[in-house]
Design a protein around this ligand. Structure first.
Ligand code: NAD
Length: 497
């Protein structure tokens, strides 16, 4: 990684220097403030070149037998395994998460590659022989008519586009492109402009795995480039992961341009603590969920609802353990929580802490006072108690290490409080009661649910199934949904005369 170099695109099987950007944006190491390089923001011409490369590669790639296509994924998985530590180091430097978190996210990405390798099975169609009988060509009634067979195939779409966020710069793209290309599509990825170096490394390794040039392409940039890609006439489908504001815009714009679209968006996830919950499991689960990845996770449990008298034992135990988390640079193995991604992100989190205090929530752990490096984008674990549903710290996605605790008399009250949220990504409950779990699962408005688990992240064989303002579209990322999203049905009716 050369300091102050403009990061290159990856088009047609090679790194391509930018020749079109009218503006660039700096990429910083959020733990130190060191500038790592520049990212081109507005390369519309490069976006067009990437789509042209993907279009050019489509015919041959879609005609390559699926069994051969997944051989490239098998090889790619091994290459990724071999490079996992180096790529994780890049993630730590440009994103700020700890090395253990970076490795964990890469492992989840590898999980997606393994799942996409099942494309021969996932793409398989269905047949129904003798669905009807035609008498028009029969000489006698005894001949019984001519049988008609029917089948449905799943076929690739063409060029697919992915627009991805900063918080998992290597993993989230793997929710998209491995399944898309395994199904016979070609792909153009536009990663986040905030941490582009690990994503370009992820993508350029496809050449070593034997993917033909043009099957996988990457173009850097900001909203201008994203908007060009999602409306390009040669693009058939758009996958987006990012904030709800951008996701709503992408969904409307891309669908308006006739694309198939899936948008995985923002979140404000609620965790319910029943009085009968195991204290240690609840505290550990919430600790990891609220402060893992410095709270920059769409599955972060950023609101806790303590039911009955559970707050009495839960809040002091959580505050004590959260205060022990070591805050510092992600490349220090003793650190439990890294910095936020940028100065803007840190200032945004600090402004929410101010709002929580002004709105009257009780600040029981103040992350502004944590022991942490003076330079860099650090905020320590922060906990508000006695928050209420109308407060902005409960309603809005903060995307930082700020946890708000509310209190409810009953499970039903807690569920009603959680269901006020405009989001519906995930919800969890800590309890020993099967009855409470059943009621929770059937009435809480969240598409990913956990029981005695802080972060119920679905493995790649299951869909990443956010609801409400956390998702726009029909078919989710991962699971069988992904194979359906990246293919369309083709029905054939056959009569042999
Ligand atoms: P973001 O919305 O700022 O950016 C995401 C991507 O969209 C980037 O590539 C960005 O360049 C592009 N973009 C931003 N504004 C755009 C616009 N107006 N037009 C076109 N493109 C635009 O998100 P972020 O800050 O990078 O990531 C954090 C967000 O992502 C959080 O809200 C988080 O909850 C969400 N997220 C959701 C999931 C999920 O599965 N639901 C997973 C990870 C992250």
């Amino acid at each position: 990684m050369m300091a102050l170099s403009i990061v290159e695109h990856y088009i047609g099987g090679q790194r391509v220097p930018d020749t079109a950007a009218t503006s660039t944006s700096p990429v910083l190491n959020p733990a130190t403030g060191e500038q790592l390089g520049l990212v081109p923001m507005s390369s519309i011409e490069m976006a067009d070149r990437a789509v042209a490369a993907a279009s050019g590669a489509y015919e041959d790639w879609s005609n390559t037998p699926v069994g051969d296509r997944v051989q490239c994924l098998f090889r790619y998985k091994q290459i990724l395994e071999d490079n996992i530590s180096d790529i994780a180091d890049i993630v730590v430097a440009e994103h700020g998460k700890t090395k253990a978190e970076a490795i964990g996210s890469l492992r989840r990405g590898i999980d997606c590659i393994e799942f996409a390798s099942a494309a021969p099975l996932l793409m398989m169609g269905r047949t129904l022989p003798q669905i009807a009988v035609s008498n028009s060509f029969c000489r006698t009634e005894n001949e019984g008519g001519v049988g008609i067979d029917s089948q449905v195939d799943r076929v690739p779409l063409g060029v697919c586009v992915g627009i991805t966020p900063f918080n998992f710069p290597v993993m989230v793209p793997m929710w998209m492109w491995p399944m898309a290309v395994a199904c016979g599509n070609t792909f153009v990825l536009k990663p986040s402009e905030r941490d582009p170096f690990s994503t370009i490394r992820e993508v350029e390794l496809v050449a070593d795995a034997g993917f033909p040039p043009g099957v996988m392409n990457l173009v850097h940039g900001g909203p201008d480039v994203a908007n060009r890609l999602i409306t390009h006439e040669a693009v058939r489908a758009v996958s987006f992961v990012g904030s709800t504001g951008a996701g709503k815009h992408i969904y409307k714009t891309a669908a308006g341009a006739g694309k198939r679209v899936q948008c995985m968006c923002g979140a404000k996830n609620h965790s319910l603590i029943m009085p009968d919950a195991n204290c240690e499991a609840a505290v550990d689960g919430i600790l990891g969920s609220a402060f893992g990845n410095t709270g920059q996770r769409c599955l972060a449990g950023s609101v806790v609802v303590c039911i009955g008298d559970s707050a009495e034992w839960f809040v002091p135990a959580l505050v004590e353990k959260s205060g022990e988390i070591k805050v510092g640079p992600g490349n220090d193995a003793s650190v439990g929580m890294g910095p936020l991604v940028s100065i803007e992100a840190r200032d945004r989190v600090l402004s929410y802490i101010d709002k929580g205090v002004t709105d009257g929530a009780e600040l029981v752990l103040d992350g502004r006072k944590a022991e942490m490096p003076k330079t860099g984008c650090f905020v320590g674990p922060t906990i508000f108690d006695r928050a209420t549903p109308e407060m902005s710290i409960v309603r809005e996605e903060i995307f930082g290490p700020v946890l708000s605790i509310m209190r409810a008399k009953t499970l039903d009250d807690a569920i009603a409080m959680a269901n006020k949220s405009e989001y519906g990504n995930m919800a969890v409950i800590f309890t020993d009661s099967g009855n409470a779990v059943r009621r929770f699962s059937r009435t809480i408005e969240a598409g990913m649910q956990g029981v005695n688990v802080g972060v119920p992240a679905p493995m790649a064989v299951f869909p990443f199934s956010g609801w409400k303002g956390s998702f726009f579209g029909d078919l989710h990322a991962n699971g069988e949904d992904a194979a359906r999203f990246y293919t369309e049905s083709r029905v054939l009716v056959t009569r042999w005369i």
